[in-house]
Design a protein around this ligand. Sequence first.
Ligand SMILES: Cc1cc2nc3c(=O)[nH]c(=O)nc-3n(C[C@H](O)[C@H](O)[C@H](O)COP(=O)(O)OP(=O)(O)OC[C@H]3O[C@@H](n4cnc5c(N)ncnc54)[C@H](O)[C@@H]3O)c2cc1C
Length: 393
Amino acid sequence: MTPTPAVQPFFEEEHEEFRGVAREFVAREVTPHYAQWDAEHLMPRSMWTAAGGAGLLGLAVPEEHGGMGLTDYRFRAVLDEELVRGGALGVALALHLNDDWVLPHLLAHGTAEQQERWLPRILTGELVTSVAWTEPGAGSDLRGVRTRAVRDGEDWVLNGQKTFIGNGISGDAALVLARTDGRAERAGEDSFSLFLVHRTDSPGYSAGKQLDKMGVRASDTAELFFEDVRVPGANLIGAEGGGLRQIRQLLPQGRLAVAVAASAVARATLESTLDYIRERTAFGTRVLDFQHSRFEVAELTVEVEVTEAYVQRAVHAFNAGALDVVGASKAKYWASERAKAVTDRCLQLHGGYGYILDYPVAQAYLASRLLTIFGGTSEILRETIGRDAASTG
Ligand SMILES: Cc1cc2nc3c(=O)[nH]c(=O)nc-3n(C[C@H](O)[C@H](O)[C@H](O)COP(=O)(O)OP(=O)(O)OC[C@H]3O[C@@H](n4cnc5c(N)ncnc54)[C@H](O)[C@@H]3O)c2cc1C
């Protein structure tokens, strides 16, 4: 495939050097074991410590805490591309939760003491985190969260239930959104706070059953239960009552990350599909040589390139500190919907083999189905984009 040349390549030499490290890591530590992790719905801690050892975790952690301070999101994009290319979609999801949803809160709102306590362990893979916002009764509408934290001396006492929590079984600590205003009526802007809650030293904290996901199965997803869990006051992240504002402030990175992953899934799936239909024959000809297939490939190629250009623009905006929630929502909406459509059409080009889970296209199809749901559903994103469009001009 000949891509339309970019006047200025998106990735520079330093990103390509980093790609070499990421590719070698995926080939050595992930690909040989991935099918087993996928079957067991769990990956071992050794994957995290190996990723930490290779310098692939917590890229944005500053040097003073032992990190590399790589705030240029293109490095994260390279890592995502390499995991997706290696078919390790579950690993990409698990790392994404740790690095794009939890870490930004610790970097932006953690105190010096908290950063010193947690960041070095995140870098080595000794501390694996989850983001725990969603509850059985509240997903899109986080003001419906019912988990409560009540002050008791220096501590908080946490009660409630979360669901769909990635790394919920394998992780060590969860960034929990809990109601802290003590009121009974519908929550307001200042009703919630965020806490990093450790599983190991917290009696009353338990993970429920492993949820049986249709895709990205190597990453565990679970319910979490908190029953009179004592959380030290020193584990409050940011201001009391500031939880929702902090989430909104850092939403652009989470949504951008999904857009980047979606773009990578679309690209990798198109390429593996081309490989397949170049080889596969029917009626004495390669499937690629049917006019219908060429038209499909033409449309898919353009869709993938347009998506890449749009997502890359969002990455540049993020790097410049200019990506707001609306911009990130647009990128996520576009890229995740394209990934869903591209993987569906690529699956069709595979015929029956596309339906078999051993084929990358089947895994990509199932994974991309998640991308329009989590981190903000496409409906919520369209609300955000539409409201902004209606309020300007
Ligand atoms: C595999 C997986 C992993 C996940 N990982 C995590 C995680 O690690 N941590 C975490 O906290 N959460 C996680 N989630 C939860 C995810 O973010 C939520 O599922 C998502 O935000 C949607 O919430 P919901 O499932 O409660 O759907 P609901 O909010 O009940 O939505 C149901 C439907 O109603 C639509 N809808 C809702 N509100 C509106 C509206 N205002 N206008 C129009 N339509 C609307 C939605 O778009 C959707 O189609 C995960 C989910 C999945 C499936």
